[in-house]
Design a protein around this ligand. Structure first.
Ligand SMILES: Nc1ncnc2c1ncn2[C@@H]1O[C@H](COP(=O)(O)OP(=O)(O)OP(=O)(O)O)[C@@H](O)[C@H]1O
Ligand SMILES: [Mg+2]
Length: 248
Protein backbone atom coordinates (compact mmCIF):
# COMPACT_ATOMS: atom_id res chain seq x y z
CA UNK A 1 0.00 0.00 0.00
CA UNK A 2 1.45 3.40 -0.88
CA UNK A 3 2.03 5.50 2.20
CA UNK A 4 1.03 9.13 2.29
CA UNK A 5 3.95 11.52 2.14
CA UNK A 6 4.38 13.04 5.61
CA UNK A 7 3.26 16.69 5.64
CA UNK A 8 6.17 19.12 5.49
CA UNK A 9 5.96 20.57 8.97
CA UNK A 10 8.48 21.64 11.51
CA UNK A 11 9.75 19.44 14.37
CA UNK A 12 7.84 19.10 17.64
CA UNK A 13 10.08 21.56 19.44
CA UNK A 14 8.59 24.44 17.43
CA UNK A 15 5.34 24.02 19.37
CA UNK A 16 6.21 26.27 22.27
CA UNK A 17 3.89 27.05 25.19
CA UNK A 18 1.95 30.31 25.35
CA UNK A 19 4.24 32.55 27.47
CA UNK A 20 1.51 34.10 29.63
CA UNK A 21 0.22 30.76 30.75
CA UNK A 22 3.53 29.06 31.39
CA UNK A 23 2.88 28.61 35.10
CA UNK A 24 -0.62 27.21 34.68
CA UNK A 25 0.61 24.95 31.93
CA UNK A 26 3.19 23.41 34.22
CA UNK A 27 0.48 22.33 36.69
CA UNK A 28 -2.36 21.39 34.39
CA UNK A 29 -2.01 19.77 31.03
CA UNK A 30 -5.56 20.86 30.18
CA UNK A 31 -6.99 24.27 30.99
CA UNK A 32 -10.37 25.25 29.55
CA UNK A 33 -12.01 28.50 30.39
CA UNK A 34 -15.50 29.59 29.35
CA UNK A 35 -15.58 27.30 26.36
CA UNK A 36 -18.74 27.42 24.25
CA UNK A 37 -19.49 25.75 20.95
CA UNK A 38 -22.58 26.30 18.85
CA UNK A 39 -23.58 24.64 15.62
CA UNK A 40 -26.04 25.80 13.04
CA UNK A 41 -27.98 22.71 11.97
CA UNK A 42 -30.92 22.95 9.57
CA UNK A 43 -31.53 26.57 10.45
CA UNK A 44 -31.50 25.85 14.17
CA UNK A 45 -28.77 26.82 16.61
CA UNK A 46 -27.46 23.97 18.77
CA UNK A 47 -25.48 25.04 21.81
CA UNK A 48 -23.37 21.92 22.23
CA UNK A 49 -21.07 23.43 24.87
CA UNK A 50 -22.18 26.27 27.12
CA UNK A 51 -19.38 27.53 29.30
CA UNK A 52 -17.06 24.64 30.04
CA UNK A 53 -14.30 25.16 32.61
CA UNK A 54 -11.90 22.31 33.18
CA UNK A 55 -8.47 21.78 34.72
CA UNK A 56 -6.80 18.42 34.35
CA UNK A 57 -3.51 17.79 36.14
CA UNK A 58 -0.78 15.96 34.25
CA UNK A 59 -0.99 12.20 34.66
CA UNK A 60 -4.66 12.09 35.62
CA UNK A 61 -7.05 9.54 34.12
CA UNK A 62 -10.33 11.44 33.79
CA UNK A 63 -13.64 9.89 32.79
CA UNK A 64 -16.41 12.08 31.40
CA UNK A 65 -19.95 10.76 31.61
CA UNK A 66 -23.29 12.25 30.65
CA UNK A 67 -26.41 11.70 28.57
CA UNK A 68 -26.32 11.42 24.83
CA UNK A 69 -26.07 14.86 23.23
CA UNK A 70 -24.66 16.64 26.30
CA UNK A 71 -21.50 17.65 24.42
CA UNK A 72 -18.91 15.01 25.31
CA UNK A 73 -17.63 14.31 21.80
CA UNK A 74 -17.72 18.01 20.97
CA UNK A 75 -15.43 18.62 23.94
CA UNK A 76 -13.02 15.85 22.88
CA UNK A 77 -12.90 17.28 19.35
CA UNK A 78 -11.83 20.65 20.73
CA UNK A 79 -9.15 19.02 22.89
CA UNK A 80 -7.93 17.06 19.89
CA UNK A 81 -7.60 20.20 17.78
CA UNK A 82 -10.17 18.77 15.37
CA UNK A 83 -12.56 21.67 15.84
CA UNK A 84 -12.50 25.20 17.29
CA UNK A 85 -14.63 26.70 20.06
CA UNK A 86 -17.09 29.50 19.28
CA UNK A 87 -15.72 31.32 22.32
CA UNK A 88 -13.43 30.58 25.23
CA UNK A 89 -9.94 29.30 25.75
CA UNK A 90 -8.62 25.81 25.06
CA UNK A 91 -5.11 25.29 26.34
CA UNK A 92 -3.34 21.93 26.19
CA UNK A 93 0.23 21.19 27.22
CA UNK A 94 0.89 24.93 27.48
CA UNK A 95 -0.40 25.63 23.98
CA UNK A 96 -3.32 27.96 23.35
CA UNK A 97 -4.88 26.11 20.42
CA UNK A 98 -6.46 29.31 19.05
CA UNK A 99 -2.95 30.61 18.39
CA UNK A 100 -1.83 27.68 16.25
CA UNK A 101 -1.87 27.92 12.47
CA UNK A 102 -2.95 24.96 10.31
CA UNK A 103 0.54 23.45 10.06
CA UNK A 104 1.01 23.73 13.83
CA UNK A 105 -2.41 22.19 14.43
CA UNK A 106 -1.47 19.24 12.23
CA UNK A 107 1.69 18.85 14.24
CA UNK A 108 -0.29 19.17 17.50
CA UNK A 109 -2.69 16.40 16.45
CA UNK A 110 0.21 14.20 15.46
CA UNK A 111 2.60 14.75 18.36
CA UNK A 112 0.69 15.97 21.40
CA UNK A 113 -2.50 13.88 21.33
CA UNK A 114 -3.32 10.24 20.69
CA UNK A 115 -6.92 9.41 19.90
CA UNK A 116 -8.91 6.21 20.41
CA UNK A 117 -12.36 6.00 18.84
CA UNK A 118 -15.30 3.69 19.47
CA UNK A 119 -14.80 1.92 16.18
CA UNK A 120 -11.30 0.65 15.89
CA UNK A 121 -10.28 2.40 12.68
CA UNK A 122 -7.65 -0.22 11.91
CA UNK A 123 -6.64 -0.92 8.35
CA UNK A 124 -7.91 -4.50 7.92
CA UNK A 125 -5.30 -5.68 5.42
CA UNK A 126 -2.28 -4.45 7.35
CA UNK A 127 -0.77 -6.54 10.12
CA UNK A 128 -1.28 -5.68 13.76
CA UNK A 129 2.31 -4.44 13.88
CA UNK A 130 1.94 -2.29 10.75
CA UNK A 131 -1.28 -0.73 12.05
CA UNK A 132 0.38 0.20 15.32
CA UNK A 133 3.47 1.64 13.67
CA UNK A 134 1.63 3.56 10.95
CA UNK A 135 1.26 6.95 12.73
CA UNK A 136 5.01 6.92 13.44
CA UNK A 137 5.84 6.20 9.79
CA UNK A 138 3.49 9.00 8.73
CA UNK A 139 5.36 11.29 11.10
CA UNK A 140 8.59 10.48 9.29
CA UNK A 141 10.00 8.02 11.80
CA UNK A 142 12.33 5.31 10.50
CA UNK A 143 10.64 1.96 9.83
CA UNK A 144 12.94 -0.13 12.02
CA UNK A 145 12.49 2.17 15.02
CA UNK A 146 8.72 2.46 14.51
CA UNK A 147 8.34 -1.29 14.37
CA UNK A 148 10.48 -1.81 17.45
CA UNK A 149 8.42 0.67 19.44
CA UNK A 150 5.16 -0.80 18.09
CA UNK A 151 6.28 -4.27 19.18
CA UNK A 152 7.04 -2.97 22.67
CA UNK A 153 3.59 -1.38 22.96
CA UNK A 154 1.84 -4.48 21.60
CA UNK A 155 3.63 -6.61 24.17
CA UNK A 156 2.42 -4.20 26.84
CA UNK A 157 -1.23 -4.61 25.76
CA UNK A 158 -0.87 -8.40 25.64
CA UNK A 159 -0.78 -8.82 21.86
CA UNK A 160 2.88 -9.64 21.42
CA UNK A 161 2.01 -13.02 19.92
CA UNK A 162 -0.40 -11.58 17.36
CA UNK A 163 1.81 -8.89 15.80
CA UNK A 164 2.22 -10.51 12.40
CA UNK A 165 -1.47 -11.30 11.95
CA UNK A 166 -3.74 -9.34 9.68
CA UNK A 167 -5.80 -6.87 11.74
CA UNK A 168 -9.09 -8.18 10.31
CA UNK A 169 -8.52 -11.51 12.10
CA UNK A 170 -8.69 -9.99 15.58
CA UNK A 171 -11.73 -9.81 17.84
CA UNK A 172 -13.25 -6.41 18.64
CA UNK A 173 -11.57 -6.29 22.05
CA UNK A 174 -8.21 -7.18 20.55
CA UNK A 175 -8.60 -4.55 17.84
CA UNK A 176 -9.29 -1.98 20.50
CA UNK A 177 -6.13 -2.97 22.36
CA UNK A 178 -4.24 -2.37 19.12
CA UNK A 179 -5.92 1.06 18.99
CA UNK A 180 -4.58 1.74 22.50
CA UNK A 181 -1.05 0.79 21.46
CA UNK A 182 -1.33 2.84 18.27
CA UNK A 183 -2.51 5.92 20.18
CA UNK A 184 0.77 5.83 22.13
CA UNK A 185 3.17 5.27 19.24
CA UNK A 186 4.15 8.93 18.79
CA UNK A 187 4.57 9.37 22.54
CA UNK A 188 1.77 11.94 22.94
CA UNK A 189 1.21 13.66 26.29
CA UNK A 190 -2.57 13.37 26.14
CA UNK A 191 -4.76 10.41 25.19
CA UNK A 192 -8.35 11.11 24.17
CA UNK A 193 -10.75 8.18 24.08
CA UNK A 194 -14.35 8.49 22.91
CA UNK A 195 -16.33 5.46 24.09
CA UNK A 196 -13.35 3.13 23.66
CA UNK A 197 -15.41 0.17 24.87
CA UNK A 198 -18.76 1.35 23.52
CA UNK A 199 -18.85 -1.40 20.95
CA UNK A 200 -17.74 -4.21 23.25
CA UNK A 201 -19.47 -6.46 25.77
CA UNK A 202 -18.21 -6.07 29.32
CA UNK A 203 -16.09 -9.23 29.13
CA UNK A 204 -14.10 -7.93 26.14
CA UNK A 205 -14.10 -4.39 27.51
CA UNK A 206 -12.20 -5.29 30.65
CA UNK A 207 -8.81 -6.12 29.08
CA UNK A 208 -9.08 -3.00 26.91
CA UNK A 209 -9.67 -0.79 29.95
CA UNK A 210 -6.88 -2.50 31.86
CA UNK A 211 -4.49 -2.04 28.96
CA UNK A 212 -5.47 1.60 28.60
CA UNK A 213 -5.11 2.29 32.30
CA UNK A 214 -1.89 0.35 32.92
CA UNK A 215 -0.05 1.51 29.83
CA UNK A 216 -0.94 5.17 30.26
CA UNK A 217 0.04 5.12 33.94
CA UNK A 218 3.30 3.37 33.13
CA UNK A 219 4.08 5.98 30.47
CA UNK A 220 2.85 8.86 32.65
CA UNK A 221 0.19 10.03 30.18
CA UNK A 222 -2.96 12.01 30.83
CA UNK A 223 -6.21 10.42 29.65
CA UNK A 224 -9.62 11.93 28.97
CA UNK A 225 -12.10 9.14 28.33
CA UNK A 226 -15.75 9.61 27.44
CA UNK A 227 -17.91 6.69 28.42
CA UNK A 228 -21.47 5.54 29.06
CA UNK A 229 -20.31 2.55 31.03
CA UNK A 230 -20.12 2.50 34.82
CA UNK A 231 -17.46 -0.20 34.73
CA UNK A 232 -15.32 1.94 32.43
CA UNK A 233 -15.74 5.07 34.55
CA UNK A 234 -14.82 3.05 37.65
CA UNK A 235 -11.21 2.63 36.55
CA UNK A 236 -10.66 6.39 36.22
CA UNK A 237 -8.94 8.50 38.88
CA UNK A 238 -11.70 11.09 38.61
CA UNK A 239 -15.15 11.07 36.99
CA UNK A 240 -16.94 14.26 35.92
CA UNK A 241 -20.46 14.49 34.63
CA UNK A 242 -21.63 16.77 31.84
CA UNK A 243 -25.16 18.03 31.42
CA UNK A 244 -26.46 20.42 28.78
CA UNK A 245 -23.05 21.43 27.52
CA UNK A 246 -21.26 21.93 30.81
CA UNK A 247 -19.92 20.10 33.84
CA UNK A 248 -22.28 19.63 36.77
N1 LIG B 1 -21.20 19.05 13.42
C1 LIG B 1 -22.33 19.27 14.06
N2 LIG B 1 -23.31 20.01 13.49
C2 LIG B 1 -24.47 20.26 14.15
N3 LIG B 1 -24.74 19.82 15.39
C3 LIG B 1 -23.80 19.08 16.00
C4 LIG B 1 -22.56 18.76 15.38
N4 LIG B 1 -21.83 18.00 16.24
C5 LIG B 1 -22.59 17.87 17.34
N5 LIG B 1 -23.78 18.51 17.21
C6 LIG B 1 -24.84 18.61 18.22
O1 LIG B 1 -24.26 19.03 19.42
C7 LIG B 1 -24.83 18.34 20.55
C8 LIG B 1 -23.72 17.63 21.30
O2 LIG B 1 -23.22 16.57 20.50
P1 LIG B 1 -22.07 15.57 20.98
O3 LIG B 1 -21.76 14.71 19.83
O4 LIG B 1 -20.97 16.35 21.57
O5 LIG B 1 -22.81 14.75 22.12
P2 LIG B 1 -22.30 13.52 22.97
O6 LIG B 1 -22.41 13.91 24.40
O7 LIG B 1 -21.00 13.05 22.48
O8 LIG B 1 -23.43 12.42 22.67
P3 LIG B 1 -23.29 10.82 22.52
O9 LIG B 1 -23.20 10.29 23.92
O10 LIG B 1 -24.57 10.42 21.87
O11 LIG B 1 -22.10 10.51 21.68
C9 LIG B 1 -25.88 17.42 19.97
O12 LIG B 1 -27.13 18.06 20.07
C10 LIG B 1 -25.47 17.26 18.54
O13 LIG B 1 -26.57 17.00 17.72
MG1 LIG C 1 -20.33 11.31 21.49
Amino acid sequence: MPLMTPPAISPASSLTPAPNDATKAADNIIYLNGVAKSYMAEGRMVNALQGVNLDVPRGQFLAIVGRSGCGKSTLLNLLGGLDKPSTGKVQVNGLDLAHLNEAQLTQYRRDVVGIIFQFFNLLPLLSVLENTALPALLAGQEKRKSHARAAELLNAVGLGERMQQQASLLSGGEMQRVAVARALINDPQLILADEPTGNLDSKSAEPVLNALYNLTKQENKTVVMVTHSREAAAIADVTREMRDGKFV
